[in-house]
Design a protein. Structure first.
Length: 74
């Protein structure tokens, strides 16, 4: 099993945060100035977090496969 990482959970929270700003559409700036820019920046941060957490999951997955192969060979 590959455990769920803290980074993956935070990335999801950042995506939800960004989605709220983007979905506000034309009404966003009336509520929060520069809301669309904030949403775009948050999605950029989420993209970086996605790549980093994906890399960590990939490494953990390969380690799990190595362990399973070693157990199978023994």
């Amino acid at each position: 099993d590959v455990p769920i990482s803290w980074m993956g959970k935070c990335k999801t929270a950042v995506q939800m945060f960004a989605s709220g700003f983007i979905m506000a559409g034309d009404y966003g700036p009336a509520l929060v100035p520069h809301s669309y820019a904030i949403g775009k920046f948050a999605f950029l941060v989420a993209t970086v977090m996605t790549v980093l957490s994906g890399w960590a999951y990939l490494k953990a997955g390969f380690e799990t496969l190595r362990k399973l192969d070693a157990e199978k060979a023994a």
